[in-house]
Design a binder for this molecule. Structure first.
Ligand code: ATP
Ligand code: MG
Length: 393
């Protein structure tokens, strides 16, 4: 029995176009792993391996009227877009030369050769369009046992590409069960220091995917123990908060989970620079860490107004203040209103522009919040006038 995604129209269209061009295609990577485990796949992630060079692939797809983008020609990868869904199509290859980061590749038409250059046994599972599985290194057994195991000699595989140290923990977080495969873990530990030479972008991607996974807390503790976090996340403060957060949140959010493993005094800007976070992400991280943004349980609506819905939810999930379920429910049910007056209203009362205006409006805002946001525009204007009169009398 083939999985449903394999028979969806865009997938069949793509396979048809490749076959028409005399190209043999097999599914590989995440979609096959998840199929073997009976897990649903994110429809965004279907990787396909093919036995012909990328130029031939592009020609076959274009002949069938399929849009194709040469996303990584040097490595044999093109991206086909069918009904606005992207598919990565990569030519079978062998890594000729590696410097620990990037490989020079040669194309091949031999499936086993292609399998050998992949990192873990279950990442070399291929599925033919009719559902036949090819498993060159007992990846299926490892997958079902929750064992992340390097293909070949772990030391050598890490020397070829040290990102694999991080990928080891990433896949463990998603598919692994204790204990670790001994030789694989030991090699990662011995080579932990080499990950310092990687680019922030690649590290960020792996760390975020690790954080996103069910086994994130165990994986991070193991990375700490192995020395993998020394360079990229020396701030790591343990997994206790992450475990509690994971039990509360409905959908994992990697950045929020990152906040959960950091001490409140961590420098979000420095971490953002290191891990190539966007400015927006760094700011959100900082806001999630700042003790000043704690939710006041006695004053939920005021906190929700002050923090805004998104940050309020982050802080409720991270800190679990009081009845946190009730706080979450409130955030879903009530949108904080906007203060019904502004600086112009103060000017209309004859005040000159300046800091005084801002201070007065803030005073009215405090009064309005203390009254649980019930005062409308007229009442707020009256309060503003009262404050102005009190000052001038
Ligand atoms: P995901 O669900 O995260 O996309 P994936 O296994 O599909 O998981 P990709 O990064 O999309 O991961 O890579 C697709 C396949 O390419 C992998 O399954 C693996 O076989 C191979 N691969 C990717 N990166 C490496 C690497 N650094 N070293 C060896 N093989 C790799
Ligand atoms: Mg993938």
């Amino acid at each position: 029995m083939t999985p449903r995604w394999m028979n969806e129209a865009p997938v069949r269209t793509l396979l048809g176009a490749l076959a028409q061009g005399g190209i043999v295609a097999r599914f590989v990577g995440g979609c096959v792993r998840d199929w073997v485990l009976g897990r649903p796949i994110a429809d965004i992630d279907i990787d396909i391996a093919v036995d012909k060079p990328p130029e031939a692939v592009m020609k076959a797809l274009e002949a069938a009227g399929i849009k194709v983008v040469p996303t990584g020609l040097k490595h044999g990868t093109v991206t086909a877009i069918v009904k606005s869904r992207p598919f990565e199509i990569t030519t079978l290859r062998r890594d000729v030369e590696t410097d620990g980061r990037r490989a020079v590749v040669a194309f091949t038409d031999d499936w086993r050769t292609d399998a050998e250059r992949r990192d873990f046994t279950f990442n070399a599972l291929y599925a033919e369009p009719d559902g036949t599985i090819h498993d060159y290194f007992d990846g299926r057994t490892d997958l079902l046992a929750g064992r992340v195991r390097f293909i070949g000699d772990p030391e050598q595989r890490i020397a070829e590409d040290r990102l694999r140290v991080l990928r080891f923990f990433r896949f463990h977080a998603r598919y692994g069960r204790p204990p670790f495969d001994g030789p694989s873990f030991d090699a990662c530990r011995r080579n932990a220091a080499t990950v310092s030479g990687l680019s922030g972008e690649r590290v960020r991607k792996e760390l975020f995917r690790t954080l996103d996974a069910t086994g994130a807390a165990d994986a991070f503790d193991a990375m700490l123990e192995a020395g993998v976090l020394d360079h990229w996340l020396p701030e790591y403060a343990g997994s206790a908060k992450l475990r509690a957060l994971a039990a509360r949140e409905e959908t994992p959010d990697p950045l929020r989970r990152l906040a959960a493993v950091l001490p409140t005094e961590a420098d979000a800007t420095a971490i953002g620079k290191r891990l190539k976070l966007s400015t927006q992400e760094s700011v959100r991280l900082q806001l999630m860490l700042d003790p000043a943004n704690a939710v006041e349980t006695a004053n939920l609506r005021a906190s929700l107004y002050r923090l805004g819905t998104k940050l309020f939810i982050d802080r409720v999930l991270l800190d679990a203040p009081g009845d946190w379920r009730a706080a979450l429910a409130l955030a879903g049910a009530w949108t904080p209103p906007e203060l019904p007056i502004g600086g112009n209203d103060a000017l209309a009362l004859g005040l000159k522009p300046g800091p005084k205006v801002g201070a007065l409006i803030e005073a009215v805002e405090r009064w309005w919040i203390a009254g649980d946001f019930s005062a409308g525009r007229d009442a707020c204007l009256a309060e503003l006038k009262r404050l102005v009169d009190a000052e001038t009398s």
